[in-house]
Design a protein around this ligand. Structure first.
Ligand code: DGT
Ligand code: CA
Ligand code: ZN
Length: 586
């Protein structure tokens, strides 16, 4: 069923068109700067916050940042005719299906062009069979190793299915909640499912609304302007797919049943099975509607707390509901008091214009103060990470002067630390010598290159960094990028053991593309007494607002404030940092 017939393109779809153009131009071999305008337009369309159709009707498309006359004309052509001459012509030169092979890790436009010209490959399927047949290894610049990497990359792509990253799902769900909340008869809205449990990726969105009469709410939901497919429509549940390919289901229940409905839809399935077992022990059966007694009468729960209370339990935070011992802990009265965003007083991993950040040190400090932080570490990249503008030793020393100057201006409002995100090189050595590290207020070490090295080698690199007495924090330990890149093949048991032994803190990187450590390893780390550090890795002020994703990941790992060094007062944090590294205290 097509709901959005007359509106041919929304912001997301236009952005996808421009990204495709940029991809095709790169494969064609155009110089990078010719593609940049398309990428920029795509980014800006995605982040516009206003419907491009509206701007087009009411004003001037060139008002959109990054959209000049040429791109405005293309947008107009797409909006009026539904296609684009320029793209059609480009397709005759470069097959569009080549774009899909760019999703394979390590396959960029140059490789794609090579596979196309030298092996006649135009689709992902053709690439896979060529790799499996061993016919890529002899192409220029290829070998058995890179051929194997393509096979494992394609396998990882297949495994990735179409789960949606939390960082995409969450803001979209907030938008939908706002839409539902504005419907007159709706009394409450909530998100359920894996999204409420804040999993790093979600299969679909589960939304709930409380209303006496579900009809008008369902009508509005399936009639949402971005719906491209109505999968089902019922009185308590409807499912749709949106133009961004995200699927969502909406459950509507009367307010007096909202508690059971929300509890049910939040899951997880395994957690819910346990609760139903507990209910049965009291001769009750629990459904999304109510508790049902043997005599057929119902017990209704308007609040989720009521569901747990009837089962003799305190309310359990959604992030814990994975049947990983939370019900037993609740019964024993030992649920952890989970960390919250407000507990964090410092951000210890951020970037400024000194490397690849967007803001000056002063601007980063202002953004941190605005968010109530007491300590901000500026940790720009080290020398060898050339792509990210890593600092030479000389630049590092100059940066110290600027940090001191900004600190003088700021006075007591916030404490600035000069740190560095020091690259762990592919041979396992650190990017700065010890006599430079010793002068930094905080050293975080991380892997950005050589992530595909064999397990033993890549693990050893991380162990070397952990054993360096000047290293305080290991940032995004596995290096995974959601959803494209799996983390390094680390021996995590060895990494955790070394971190515990050397008192190094492990980061939960809050960026929704990382969330690294994940919930499972975060929990194992705190069980071993390892300190964690939740940081934004901010390259801009808005990145600082992603902190809650890191906190949610920590909560899924049963993390309490005491486990996280960012909750410590400035005094305590500074004492800890000074105590690290024998030489440093000298
Ligand atoms: P996802 O979307 O794959 O990331 O995972 P969830 O947890 O959101 O699961 P989903 O979307 O299949 O279902 C949403 C919620 O509905 C789920 O968290 C709990 C509830 N649910 C679904 N199927 C069952 C079931 O067979 N039994 C019970 N008790 N609950 C279910
Ligand atoms: Ca779901
Ligand atoms: Zn960083």
């Amino acid at each position: 069923m097509e709901m959005a017939q007359e509106k041919r393109f929304n912001n997301q779809q236009l952005a996808d068109v421009f990204d495709t153009i940029a991809d095709l131009l790169e494969i064609k071999g155009e110089v990078i700067y010719k593609t940049l305008a398309y990428r920029k337009a795509a980014d800006n369309l995605r982040n516009l916050g206003r419907d491009v159709n509206e701007i087009w009707r009411e004003g001037d498309l060139t008002d959109i940042p990054g959209v000049g006359k040429a791109i405005a004309n293309k947008i107009e052509e797409l909006l009026t005719t539904g296609h684009l001459d320029f793209l059609d012509k480009l397709n005759e030169e470069v097959p569009t299906t080549l774009v899909e092979i760019l999703q394979v890790p390590d396959v960029g436009p140059k490789k794609a062009a090579l596979f196309w010209h030298d092996a006649g490959i135009t689709t992902l399927a053709e690439l896979e069979s060529a790799a499996r047949a061993g016919s890529l290894r002899d192409l220029p610049g290829m070998g058995i190793k890179s051929e194997t990497r393509i096979i494992t990359g394609i396998e990882a792509l297949a495994r990735r299915t179409d789960r949606i990253p939390l960082g995409t799902a969450w803001p979209f769900a907030q938008e939908l909640l706002g839409f539902l909340d504005s419907i007159e008869s709706v009394q409450a809205v909530e998100v359920g499912g894996s999204l409420r449990r804040m999993k790093a990726t979600v299969g679909d969105l589960d939304l709930l609304a409380a209303a006496e009469d579900s009809g008008p709410v369902m009508d509005a939901f399936v009639g949402h302007p971005d719906v491209i497919d109505m999968i089902s429509r019922g009185d308590t549940k409807s499912s749709v797919e949106f133009a961004n390919n995200i699927r969502a289901q909406l459950w509507v229940h009367p307010p007096e049943r909202f508690g059971t409905a929300l509890q049910y839809a939040t899951g997880s399935k395994e957690h819910n099975v346990r609760l139903r077992e507990l209910a049965l022990k009291q001769d009750l059966s629990l459904s999304d509607q109510a508790f049902l007694r043997k005599d057929g009468s119902e017990v209704l729960c308007a609040e989720e707390e009521d569901v747990y209370e009837i089962l003799g339990l305190p309310w359990i935070p959604p992030e814990l509901r994975e049947d990983r011992g939370e019900i037993q802990a609740a019964q024993a009265g030992v649920l952890p008091v989970l960390i919250e965003v407000g507990d964090l007083l410092s951000d210890l991993h951020t970037h400024s214009t000194w490397s690849d950040g967007k803001l000056s040190i002063q601007e980063m400090a202002d953004a941190a103060i605005e968010r109530g932080l007491k300590v901000l570490a500026i940790t720009d990249h080290s020398a060898s990470l050339g792509v990210a503008g890593g600092l030479t030793v000389r630049r590092l020393k100059e940066q110290r002067q600027e940090i001191d100057a900004v600190q003088d201006v700021l006075g007591e409002t916030i404490h600035l630390l000069q740190g560095s995100e020091v690259e762990i090189r592919s041979d396992g050595s650190l990017d700065y010598p010890d006599d430079i590290l010793i002068d930094l207020d905080i050293v975080i070490a991380s892997l950005h290159t050589g992530l595909r090295q064999p397990r033993e080698k890549v693990t050893q690199r991380l162990l070397n960094a952990i054993r360096n007495p000047h290293v305080d924090v290991i940032a995004h330990p596995t290096g995974r990028i959601i959803p494209n890149r799996e983390g390094a093949d680390l021996d995590m048991a060895a990494v955790l053991e070394a971190a515990a032994e050397h008192g190094v803190a492990l980061e939960i990187n809050a960026h929704p593309a990382r969330l690294d450590l994940d919930d499972i390893y975060a929990r194992r780390a705190i069980e071993m007494g390892i300190n964690l550090s939740i940081n934004t890795d901010a390259h801009s002020a808005s990145d600082m607002d992603l902190l809650h994703f890191g906190v949610a990941t920590a909560r899924r790992g049963w993390v309490t404030p005491e486990n996280v060094i960012n909750t410590w007062t400035a005094e305590r944090l500074l004492v800890w940092l000074k105590s690290r590294g024998v030489a440093r205290s000298a």
